[in-house]
Design a protein around this ligand. Structure first.
Ligand code: ARG
Length: 562
């Protein structure tokens, strides 16, 4: 918030044509309080204005005056800004206590539509740890977009079509047992899937049979269709169980199968634009001018492809929602695919092609290795969730055995720990999976932030009878100031997390706010009766509000006690 103010003053003073955002990105937060609260290095401007950086710093220090800046000093090529602590703390605390959970919200979304395609697991395979990433990143981005004023449409593009169904039907016909599948569909379907791949290594005919079954399915064969519907229904049921545990919801489950009868029209449309050429019996769109391999629309045998479906789905979504932004939260191994899809649409001349964006992410690793469904080494998400909840319960039993509502809190902590562990990593980095690590109450974990929130909450409860009156006099002591500064940064974090599709900025922000608050708590007796009492309670209250809201944006609950 104060970065923006400083940037605007700098721009006005030199009549600059560079953007506020660009200046803001140059502003630093010095490590040492002696260097001010904000520092602006003048090198970039020096180049631009052909003056020495020291001269520029000096000029800025003389000309910039603001009520919320206590002093503005030149230190060599740097401009150091010291904020007016009392004023800033009054203003931020008032703002938070007034707006509560709406603090940090933005209006720039203007109620325009933000479509987000996330989670999108493949039915007939279990919901693996890999799909957890898309689910939690997407869920958080949806909440962040909402907070920025967008109308959000959450789409689960189910992988409910494809050769894997032929394989599954084939496996079921050979080895399946109806009774068993009814009793434990996911485990049994997974076993069949794994068995199919194992057996197919030795028996090459199996793959052919799998393909034949898929062909039957595409030709509306009734036996194949009935089995497909059954597998789909059972899988969806199991996925919904996981979504309920994670507290994630969707507005649409239109997946790949939904577009079966809609792709012919897409191909006609692209043909009418003269974009489709034949290549060895297949139909493709050439993308040479974009230095991309051709986008395959239809195979020689008439089968349509993943890209054809995605192009069809994108048109359908634009038709339904007129989105101003559409993002796809899908692993980085699909970058080429999305690049091709977007490029084909751009070539077809739709003006909304540039409103689409692939938001890629890295793998979840176990002991440094990627997890794979086929080999059966897959870790079932539901088992992991249950382990996490059990371990959370164990930790709570050690720390706070008399806690009421233990079961519910263990659920919130276990799930929260998993989500936080994922989201604290920049999404393109791989994440090493470790239950013990993510459930620690200390360190950079979800439980640590939740615990900090509960601790702050307990102070508020104790202070219930005291009032917040009197906080207008402002806090300016050594321990509260870092907390106040963190609080002022929240709205900017939300905005930049949105623009960069990056929930990790909020996760790391919550860690450092928690650390600042815990230092405060260790050094200040909050509930001492003196004339700053109201101000301190207001500060603690503001911290609980921001921690709770930040966790909510990540899709994590903030229990009052733990
Ligand atoms: N089901 C796909 C997979 O698991 C992801 C689908 C992503 N969304 C899309 N519109 N292609 O690989």
């Amino acid at each position: 918030m104060y970065e923006g103010l400083l940037a605007r003053r700098i721009i006005a003073l030199f009549n600059l044509t560079i953007t506020e955002a660009e200046i803001m990105s140059l502003i630093e937060q010095p490590k040492f309080q002696s260097q001010g609260d904000l520092a602006f290095p003048c090198f970039r401007l020096a180049k631009l204005l052909k003056q020495s950086p020291n001269q520029i710093a000096l000029k800025l220090s003389k000309e910039i005056q603001e009520a919320s800046f206590e002093s503005v000093e030149a230190s060599g090529p740097y401009l150091n800004v010291f904020l007016n602590k009392k004023l800033v703390s009054n203003s931020v605390l008032t703002n938070i206590l007034l707006n509560r959970s709406a603090y940090g919200a933005h209006q720039f979304g203007n109620n325009k539509t933000f479509v987000i395609d996330f989670s999108s697991p493949n039915i007939a395979k279990p919901f693996s740890m890999g799909h957890l990433r898309s689910t939690v990143i997407g869920n958080s981005l949806a909440k962040i977009a909402e907070k920025c004023g967008y109308k959000v449409v959450k789409i689960n593009y189910l992988g409910d079509w494809g050769t894997q169904f032929g394989k599954l039907i084939c496996a079921y016909k050979r080895w399946g047992d109806e009774q068993q599948v009814r009793e434990a569909p996911i485990k049994n379907l997974l076993n069949l899937y794994v068995k199919f791949h194992k057996e197919a290594e030795a028996d090459s005919q199996l793959d052919d049979q799998g393909r034949e079954w898929f062909k039957k399915l595409e030709d509306n064969d009734s036996e194949a269709t009935v089995l497909w519907q059954w597998f789909r229904k059972e899988s969806l049921h199991a996925f919904n169980h996981v979504y309920n545990l994670l507290n994630v919801s969707f507005d649409s489950f239109n997946g790949e199968a939904f577009y079966n009868d809609k792709m012919a029209e897409t191909i006609r449309w692209l043909k009418a634009k003269g974009l489709v050429v034949e290549s060895a019996g297949a139909e493709v769109v050439r993308l040479d001018e974009s230095a991309l391999p051709p986008c395959l629309l239809k195979k020689k045998d008439g089968a349509t492809l993943y890209a054809t479906r995605d192009i069809t789905a994108a048109r359908d979504r634009y038709h339904n929602y007129q989105f101003s932004k559409a993002v796809y939260v899908v692993g980085h191994e699909q970058s080429l695919h999305f690049n091709q899809v977007f490029t084909v649409l751009a070539k077809a001349g739709v003006n909304w092609a540039q409103k689409m964006e692939h938001v890629p992410f890295g793998f979840i690793l176990k002991d440094g290795k990627k997890m794979s469904t086929r080999k059966g080494k897959v870790v079932l998400l539901e088992d992991v969730i249950n382990d996490a909840i059990k371990l959370a319960e164990h930790n709570i039993n050690v720390k706070n055995p008399s806690l009421p509502n233990k079961q519910q809190v263990a659920h919130q902590v276990g799930i929260g720990a998993m989500i936080f562990h994922d989201l604290k990593h920049y999404r393109l980095h791989n994440v090493e999976f470790s239950l013990d690590e993510m459930l620690r109450f200390e360190g950079t974990t979800g439980p640590y932030v939740q615990y900090t929130h509960a601790r702050a909450q307990s102070i508020i409860t104790k202070a219930e009878l005291l009032s917040e009156d009197g906080f207008m006099q402002g806090l300016c002591d050594t321990w509260s100031w870092p907390v106040i500064k963190h609080l002022t940064a929240f709205p900017d974090k939300v905005e930049s997390a949105f623009h960069e599709n990056d929930p990790s900025q909020i996760a790391r922000y919550l860690i450092s706010l928690s650390q600042a608050f815990n230092k405060y708590y260790a050094n200040v007796k909050v509930l001492t009766a003196d004339d700053q009492l109201g101000a301190r309670i207001a500060l603690v209250n503001a911290v609980t509000i921001v921690l709770q809201e930040g966790l909510r944006l990540l899709g994590i609950a903030a229990p009052d006690k733990m």
